[in-house]
Write a protein that binds this ligand. Sequence first.
Ligand SMILES: [Zn+2]
Length: 225
Amino acid sequence: MFFDPLYLIIIAPGLILSLWASHKVKSTFREFSEMKISKGLSGSEVARMLLNRSGIRDVKVEPHEGVLSDHYDPRDRVVRLSPEVYQGRSISSVGVAAHEVGHAIQDAQNYSLMGIRQNLVGPASIGSNMSFFVIFIGFLMQASAMIWMGIALFSAVVLFQLVTFPVEWNASSRAKKQLVATGIINSNEAAGVNKVLNAAALTYLAALITSILTLLYYIIRFTDR
Ligand SMILES: [Zn+2]
């Protein structure tokens, strides 16, 4: 139970993909951080422009500490951008800023998957904190009902990732469309934005695959006992 080779075998593809995606997102962001956009706008300026263009004036754009810590907060209605994105005038900066605005637009338009995702935040966080513990105790006590309860808890994590991926993909495709439609970036720069946002999407895909494989492991491990 403390170390199960079967776990490593099943989870390996997810683990490798996760490591690769994490490397890819950092290296792609860095690469396109060095390429300034010809219009010379910063990430925060682009975010404000795109929000205004969509008629969203009550969402603020604020700087936020950390590297790649950019996010949209639907409760406070704030687009928070990391220093490099907020001030930066690069392909990476405007790409990430536009992506976060994509989430604000999803929220303003009551995009259904985003609402579902918000409702899954709580169960998924309980699931990721508790599932292993519940399964482990269930195993020690030989209580299969408890093991299945743990597996059900972990399913909330999988469900959350399953909804997160299309929400992220949708925010990125909104970002690309808006950046091109407004003329903020040209077609060469659009190819760069594509690469940055696709690399980010890959990390969500890797997280989804890893959680599905973990669920699969739990099910295989406890149905063949
Ligand atoms: Zn996002």
